[in-house]
Design a protein around this ligand. Sequence first.
Ligand SMILES: [Zn+2]
Length: 83
Amino acid sequence: MIKLLMLILLGFVGYSMILGIIRPKEKRGGKIPRNRSRDGEKMVEDPQCGTFLPISDAIAAKVNGQEHFFCSKKCLKEFKKAQ
Ligand SMILES: [Zn+2]
Protein backbone atom coordinates (compact mmCIF):
# COMPACT_ATOMS: atom_id res chain seq x y z
CA MET A 1 0.00 0.00 0.00
CA ILE A 2 2.81 2.39 0.86
CA LYS A 3 4.54 1.45 -2.40
CA LEU A 4 1.37 2.34 -4.30
CA LEU A 5 1.19 5.72 -2.57
CA MET A 6 4.87 6.29 -3.41
CA LEU A 7 4.17 5.45 -7.04
CA ILE A 8 1.24 7.87 -7.12
CA LEU A 9 3.38 10.53 -5.48
CA LEU A 10 6.24 9.91 -7.93
CA GLY A 11 3.78 9.98 -10.78
CA PHE A 12 2.38 13.28 -9.53
CA VAL A 13 5.85 14.78 -9.10
CA GLY A 14 6.89 13.55 -12.53
CA TYR A 15 3.69 14.93 -14.04
CA SER A 16 4.12 18.35 -12.43
CA MET A 17 7.78 18.39 -13.52
CA ILE A 18 6.70 17.71 -17.11
CA LEU A 19 4.12 20.49 -16.84
CA GLY A 20 6.82 22.73 -15.36
CA ILE A 21 9.01 22.03 -18.38
CA ILE A 22 6.22 22.69 -20.86
CA ARG A 23 4.81 25.80 -19.22
CA PRO A 24 7.93 28.00 -19.32
CA LYS A 25 8.23 27.27 -23.04
CA GLU A 26 4.65 28.41 -23.57
CA LYS A 27 5.34 31.53 -21.53
CA ARG A 28 8.50 32.27 -23.50
CA GLY A 29 6.57 31.93 -26.73
CA GLY A 30 3.87 34.24 -25.41
CA LYS A 31 6.38 36.81 -24.25
CA ILE A 32 7.85 37.47 -27.70
CA PRO A 33 5.01 39.68 -28.99
CA ARG A 34 4.77 41.38 -25.58
CA ASN A 35 8.48 42.24 -25.69
CA ARG A 36 8.06 43.65 -29.15
CA SER A 37 5.28 45.97 -28.06
CA ARG A 38 7.19 46.89 -24.90
CA ASP A 39 10.10 48.09 -27.04
CA GLY A 40 7.71 50.74 -28.30
CA GLU A 41 7.63 49.16 -31.73
CA LYS A 42 4.66 50.83 -33.38
CA MET A 43 2.97 48.89 -36.13
CA VAL A 44 2.12 50.79 -39.29
CA GLU A 45 0.00 49.85 -42.27
CA ASP A 46 1.25 50.00 -45.78
CA PRO A 47 -1.60 51.83 -47.60
CA GLN A 48 -0.60 50.23 -50.89
CA CYS A 49 -0.71 46.52 -50.03
CA GLY A 50 -2.30 46.65 -46.56
CA THR A 51 0.63 44.95 -44.81
CA PHE A 52 1.25 45.75 -41.16
CA LEU A 53 4.92 46.09 -40.25
CA PRO A 54 7.05 47.54 -37.44
CA ILE A 55 7.73 51.23 -37.95
CA SER A 56 11.50 50.59 -37.88
CA ASP A 57 11.18 48.32 -40.94
CA ALA A 58 8.86 50.66 -42.80
CA ILE A 59 9.82 53.21 -45.42
CA ALA A 60 8.38 56.58 -44.41
CA ALA A 61 7.41 58.95 -47.19
CA LYS A 62 5.31 62.05 -47.54
CA VAL A 63 2.71 61.75 -50.25
CA ASN A 64 0.50 64.79 -50.87
CA GLY A 65 1.67 66.27 -47.54
CA GLN A 66 0.62 63.18 -45.59
CA GLU A 67 3.10 60.79 -44.10
CA HIS A 68 2.69 57.17 -45.11
CA PHE A 69 4.64 54.02 -44.32
CA PHE A 70 5.49 51.40 -46.89
CA CYS A 71 6.86 47.86 -46.71
CA SER A 72 9.00 48.38 -49.79
CA LYS A 73 10.12 51.01 -52.29
CA LYS A 74 7.97 49.23 -54.85
CA CYS A 75 4.84 49.93 -52.80
CA LEU A 76 5.91 53.55 -52.32
CA LYS A 77 6.34 53.98 -56.08
CA GLU A 78 3.01 52.35 -56.85
CA PHE A 79 1.25 54.42 -54.20
CA LYS A 80 2.72 57.66 -55.58
CA LYS A 81 1.71 56.62 -59.08
CA ALA A 82 -1.87 56.03 -57.96
CA GLN A 83 -2.13 59.53 -56.42
ZN1 LIG B 1 3.56 47.00 -49.35
